[in-house]
Each structure stands twice: as structure tokens, then as C-alpha cells.
Design a protein around this ligand. Structure first.
Ligand code: ADP
Length: 290
């Protein structure tokens, strides 16, 4: 039977009865589904070759959920069926932001960044396994230094992938940035579990108007990397920042570091989606190579 039409068995006798496509995702096909017990669920599908993608997404969502600080969709099932890999999770009914929504999100994200780290990934930057940033591969080799981690696991791999877009001058400026990253970034006061892909499209408002995080690229890093991404494509209200910074003070010089953190995401977009991101990438490289 063709997967998803009728009959994928979930646990004992719960099956998917109907599915309706949901737009908005970058990397996967997504559906709102009705289960035979009458409940809704959210289904993501990809090819079997990409089954690893959903294993990593599940691990990331669970790591965030284990902090107990912010709502994360519960995972119901994951597997391979009829030529697809899939991830089935709790369906988040969209609502309108509740009063105090932005403050809640700010406090919750700060609590997540302050949460004790699981022994599996405490004490080091990175994560216990590599994962994905959108459809791009993300290396998480655990390292004791944040700056070294950001250079070797974030900027260097993306710069290498993007090298075909650059002339000699930009290549040498990129090398300069890598070699001088310890003068641009600082070691954080504490390592934090990060969402890793925190743009506004990955924060939902549930039916009571509370924030929910989806689609992470989790790793342990400096909290500034998550905050920088909230500023990259916009969409976060000033009340979010006020609440966040009332819990975790802003480290001096954050604004000077912000765009180097976002260079990582822009490079990833350049590598995934093409030249549309090239000028933003080059602007940042030129700025930091002085
Ligand atoms: P992709 O991995 O392809 O980027 P996303 O996880 O971002 O897919 O999901 C695509 C869209 O589906 C999101 O923008 C959001 O609107 C919606 N969505 C994601 N997770 C859920 C969920 N658990 N419940 C309801 N809608 C969801």
C-alpha cells in the first residue's frame, strides 16, 4: 500500500486516515494528518536515503524538550515505510500570540540557555552527533573551546563549500577571518544548549498563544549564536530581547560579533539556495577581514 494513503500502523492499532499537505518547510514534505483515534498529528516525509535527517531531528527536539523550559512538539513515531522516511509528531494548533507572548519567549529561551546540560554533551561545545542545518550537514565534533569549535565546525566547512563563488581576494579574506577568529569572538561565560536555527519561522504560537520551538539544529554553543539568528531575518519583538536580557545579561561587544555568527547561516543559505545570498556573505567577509 502506498505510504500515507491509509494504513501506516502507529503503535498497536492507530493508523493515519487522512493527510493534507502543509507548506512552509524547506527540506521535507509536511502534512497535517488525522489519526484513526480522531486526533491530529504532524507528519514530515523525506526519501529513505534521508532517514538519518529525521533521526537527528528527533534527537534535537528531545534534547530541547528535556530542558523542560519551552514547549516542543512530542515525537510519536519515526521510521521508514513504503519508500519514505518519516517523522510523526504532535500537531501544534496555531493560535494568536497571548498577552505577554514575547516576554514568555524571552524568559523561556533564557531558561533553555541556562538549563543544566545532559552529561552526554556537557563540558564541551558541539553535540554527541552531527546533524543538519536546514538540508545542510552540520558538524558537531565536541571541542573544549567555543572559538575553535565555531571556526572548525561552523565557518570553515561552509566557507570551503562556498569557495567556488569567491575570487582570490575573498578567499584570502576568508582565510584571514578564520586565522583571526579569536580576536573577533570571545569564549562565553557558560555553554548553552542552542536551538541552532532560530529564525522566526521556527517559532510557532500554539492554540493558547504560547511559544513552541520547531525544526532545530541543536548543539552546545554560545547563546549569542541563537540571539544573532533571531536578528538575521527579523520578526522578534523588542519585548523578547528585554525579557531575555533581564535573565542573561548581554555580553559587551555582542553587536560586533553578531554578523560573524550570521555569516554561518548566510553561507549555508548560499550553499543550499544559490547566489541570492552572495552579496550579503561578501559584505560580512569584507567587514570582518579588516
Ligand atoms: P522543514 O524541515 O521542511 O523546514 P518544518 O519543520 O519547518 O519543515 O515544518 C514546515 C511548516 O510546518 C512550519 O513552517 C510550520 O508552519 C509547520 N509545522 C512544523 N511543525 C509543526 C507541528 N508540530 N505542528 C503543526 N505545524 C507544524
Amino acid at each position: 500500500m502506498d505510504f500515507g494513503e491509509l494504513g501506516m500502523v502507529l503503535g498497536k492499532d492507530i493508523i493515519i486516515e487522512r493527510k493534507t499537505a502543509v507548506g512552509g518547510g524547506d527540506a521535507n514534505d509536511a502534512y497535517k494528518v488525522v489519526l484513526s483515534n480522531g486526533e491530529f498529528a504532524f507528519l514530515k516525509e523525506n526519501s529513505v536515503q534521508n532517514a538519518d535527517f529525521f533521526r537527528k531531528e528527533e534527537h534535537g527536539l528531545k534534547a530541547l524538550q528535556n530542558t523542560g523550559t519551552i514547549r516542543i512538539p512530542c515525537i510519536y513515531d519515526r521510521g521508514v515505510e513504503d519508500g519514505h522516511s518519516y517523522l510523526l509528531m504532535e500537531y501544534i494548533e496555531r493560535g494568536h500570540a497571548s498577552p505577554g507572548y514575547w516576554e514568555k519567549l524571552g524568559h523561556a529561551l533564557a531558561a533553555m540557555h541556562k538549563a543544566p546540560l545532559d552529561p552526554k554533551y556537557s563540558g564541551k561545545y558541539g553535540f554527541y552527533e552531527d546533524n543538519y542545518i536546514g538540508a545542510g550537514e552540520q558538524s558537531n565534533v565536541q571541542m573544549t573551546g567555543w572559538v575553535e569549535f565555531f571556526r572548525e565546525c561552523r565557518l570553515r566547512p561552509q566557507l570551503m563549500l562556498a569557495s567556488g563563488y569567491f575570487d582570490k581576494d575573498i578567499l584570502s579574506k576568508s582565510e584571514f577571518i578564520l586565522n583571526n577568529l579569536d580576536k573577533i569572538l570571545i569564549e562565553p561565560e557558560r555553554p548553552s544548549l542552542l536551538h541552532g536555527d532560530l529564525w522566526s519561522g521556527n517559532v510557532m504560537q500554539d492554540s493558547v498563544g504560547d511559544p513552541v520551538l520547531i525544526d532545530p539544529a541543536v548543539y552546545v554553543g554560545c547563546n549569542e549564536a541563537d540571539l544573532a539568528m533571531t536578528e538575521l531575518f527579523g520578526g522578534f519583538d523588542f519585548r523578547f530581547y528585554e525579557a531575555y536580557y533581564s535573565e542573561i545579561g548581554k555580553m559587551s561587544g555582542y553587536e560586533r560579533r553578531r554578523d560573524i555568527y550570521n555569516l554561518y547561516h548566510l553561507l549555508n543559505h548560499l550553499n543550499l539556495f544559490g547566489r541570492g545570498y552572495l552579496s550579503s556573505v561578501i559584505d560580512i567577509i569584507i567587514r570582518y577581514a579588516k
